[in-house]
Design a protein around this ligand. Structure first.
Ligand SMILES: NC(=O)c1ccc[n+]([C@@H]2O[C@H](COP(=O)([O-])OP(=O)(O)OC[C@H]3O[C@@H](n4cnc5c(N)ncnc54)[C@H](OP(=O)(O)O)[C@@H]3O)[C@@H](O)[C@H]2O)c1
Length: 281
């Protein structure tokens, strides 16, 4: 697999998540606030149902297209080459954009399903077609485990995924897939950096480390995900928290503090398993 045809410029260092924002024009308001707070990268997905409202905020910002970065994703009900191409173009239209900077396969076809390798390869063929057509600048995956990635390679996929976006936060790092991607030269993004129900910033260890750095617990979560080598994808509808989260970019944890967080028991995970318990439709 090669990187041929994919944009090589640096990927963003921090991304604003758009899943679960207030609906309708509430999404537009939140994205406009996130832009004011400094965010220039936005994580979207057709399944979030808000492409139109995110796109409206980006357009209204007056920013040049090269000054912001948009990720979108193909949901599992659109697997296969044709539907993948179709839904990406639908999202582009809704967002009034000519291309996405990154397009991801939202979830792999579970390895418990008959013919899962071929289904993932067929979806990937759609991703490659979008890249060739110029609809997207990079293609990648989300929630893929090593066996899903190996099956793409072994199945003869030509283009290497540029990114794998996975759940990552204090209490849940998924070391195996992180190491796999780092060895394979696949960049990593970490979704839900505050853990399930935003519980990680409440953790006593995270709070005590925050006090040491004169930072907030949420900033420690963001800095931790970055220290593990992943780009955090974080969401808030609250302007003050957006600024707080953006400011975490200048925070670096010591190796000792990263190790203390590494030593936490597994906790705050969303409980999704790409093969056995992926989120419902
Ligand atoms: N690829 C995938 O399968 C996948 C799955 C899930 C999520 N994602 C992406 O990842 C993004 C982030 O995940 P998420 O939205 O589930 O969770 P998250 O960003 O970890 O947490 C969002 C929650 O944290 C709160 N929060 C934000 N900043 C805070 C701060 N500074 N202090 C305390 N609480 C804070 C927010 O509250 P307020 O809004 O009230 O401020 C909200 O309740 C999503 O929006 C989506 O783009 C991708």
């Amino acid at each position: 697999m090669t990187n041929a045809g994919q944009e090589r410029e640096a990927l963003p260092e921090l991304i604003f998540g758009t899943y679960g924002l207030p609906e309708g024009s509430g999404t537009t308001t939140a994205v406009a606030e996130a832009l004011r707070a400094g965010f220039r990268a936005f994580d979207c997905a057709y399944s979030y149902g808000n492409d139109f409202y995110v796109g409206r905020a980006l357009k209204a910002s007056g920013l040049a297209r090269e000054d912001f970065f948009v990720t979108n994703k193909v949901w599992k009900t659109f697997r296969g080459k044709e539907k993948t191409v179709e839904v990406c173009k639908k999202s582009l239209k809704l967002m009034k954009l000519s291309h996405f900077d990154l397009y991801l396969v939202h979830w792999p076809c579970p390895a418990t399903e008959d013919g899962w390798q071929e289904i993932n390869l067929d979806t990937w063929a759609g991703m490659e077609a979008l890249l060739a057509e110029g609809c997207v600048r990079r293609i990648g995956v989300s929630n893929f485990q090593p066996h899903h990635l190996k099956a793409l390679t072994e199945g003869g996929a030509g283009t290497k995924p540029a990114v794998n976006q996975i759940e990552c936060h204090p209490g849940f790092v998924q070391e195996e897939i992180v190491a796999y991607c780092q060895n394979a030269g696949i960049a990593l993004q970490g979704w839900r950096p505050f853990g399930k129900k935003a519980a990680a910033p409440e953790d006593p260890l995270i709070r005590s480390i925050a006090a040491q750095y004169d930072a907030t617990p949420a900033q420690i979560c963001i800095a931790y995900v970055r220290a593990k080598g992943l780009t955090p994808v974080c969401r808030s509808k609250t302007p003050e928290r957006m600024r707080e989260n953006f400011a975490a970019l200048s925070l670096a944890l010591s190796a000792e503090d990263v190790a203390r967080i590494d030593a936490m028991e597994e906790t705050y995970a969303s409980g999704y398993d790409a093969d056995n318990n992926p989120p419902a439709d």
